[in-house]
Write a protein that binds this ligand. Structure first.
Ligand SMILES: Cc1ncc(COP(=O)(O)O)c(C=O)c1O
Length: 338
């Protein structure tokens, strides 16, 4: 199988499995797992933040960031294609009690003019106050688009000016860093909190980190426990994360190269793509995507139908150059009439 549905399909490498097997562990709910402590320290240092918290998923990392920085009844601004808005099962409303104010943009990003229009900071008892803005880097539904530093900083300056917090869902932050050459801590200094995932293209079986100042992370720890995210000997998972940060980050540039080559080969054959896609997530346009997805699956190529005329294709570290060549051939056979 050539698995292109998501970069969450990456498998732990042999070295990672060994690091997991040898991890020193303790009960992390008691704060006694040395490997989790080491991963949290590494995450805080990488992002230039005071503190970090290990969580099972990116969904929980976003949710505790929102819970720790808002109050029920506040409003939060984010892209209308942001993961927490579309794919986290309304937890913003159901768990955090937040009103969402969304911004439409095909890349899943926004500028200060778009943001300014959505902010509510008026002293009017009718209105829910906006206290948090959330950006996504890279944007999943925006074709893996990256934020430039000046774009983040402009949003951050407006947030500071309006007394609002800024969270970054950096599930694929390292993918952005690989393209923009911006260091993670430079991105992170624009944001009050930043989360990143170890399970998106990095081979770890689970795990995300939320980074921020100590006070916010202390609150996040309480919410993690409330949500059932307090794990015990989670050093086994943290060891995978440490291994990924040490050994797997350089491979991301290769994933981006393969995504580019795939796209170029198909564009030369007349296939159309929907968005610029500078990283590893591509959206291919075609008629009747569900049928084409089934035809590709029969050839051992797995992709997702995003809409009736759109497929999502995601490159990651388990796709080799041979698989890339096979995928290009398979797509041509399915998409291009002979
Ligand atoms: C941008 C983004 N944020 C958050 C998440 C949630 O991560 P998880 O699946 O670990 O909950 C995802 C998952 O794909 C994602 O793409």
């Amino acid at each position: 199988m050539i698995e292109l549905r998501s970069d969450t399909f990456t498998q732990p490498s042999a070295g990672m499995r060994q690091a997991m097997a040898e991890a020193e562990v303790g009960d992390d709910v008691y704060g006694e797992d040395p490997t989790v402590r080491a991963l949290e320290a590494k995450a805080a240092q990488l992002m230039g933040k005071e503190s970090a918290l290990f969580l099972p998923t990116g969904t929980m990392a976003n949710l505790v960031a929102f819970l720790a920085q808002t109050r029920p009844g506040d409003s939060i601004i984010l892209s209308e294609t942001a993961h927490p808005f579309l794919y986290e099962n309304a937890n913003l409303a159901m768990v955090a009690g937040l009103l969402t104010r969304t911004i439409a943009d095909s890349l899943g990003k926004f500028n200060t003019d778009q943001l300014r229009e959505r902010i509510v900071r008026k002293n009017d008892p009718h209105l829910s106050q906006t206290t948090l803005v959330s950006i996504e880097n890279t944007t999943n539904c925006g074709g893996g688009a990256c934020w430039e530093y000046h774009e983040c900083e402009a949003i951050a300056a407006l947030c500071r000016d309006q007394g609002m917090k800024l969270h970054c869902d950096g599930a694929r932050l390292f993918h952005a860093c690989a393209v923009t050459n911006i260091q993670p801590h430079i991105y992170a200094r624009c944001c009050d909190t930043l989360s990143f995932c170890l399970s998106k293209g990095l081979g770890a079986p689970a795990g995300s980190l939320l980074t921020g100042d100590s006070e916010t992370i202390k609150k996040a720890l309480r919410f993690r426990k409330m949500l059932g995210g307090g794990m015990r000997q989670s050093g086994i998972l943290a060891a995978a994360g440490l291994y990924a940060l040490e050994h797997h980050l350089p491979h991301l540039a290769e994933d981006h190269r393969r995504a580019r080559e795939f796209r170029r080969a198909l564009e030369e054959a007349g296939v159309k793509f929907a968005l610029p896609s500078p990283t590893n997530i591509l959206y291919l346009q075609c008629d009747d995507a569900p049928t084409k997805v089934r035809m590709l699956a029969e050839k051992g190529i797995r992709v997702l139908a995003r809409d009736s005329d759109l497929m999502r294709i995601v490159f990651h570290r388990d796709i080799t150059d041979e698989m890339l060549a096979e995928a290009i051939e398979g797509f041509k056979q399915v998409l291009i009439p002979t």
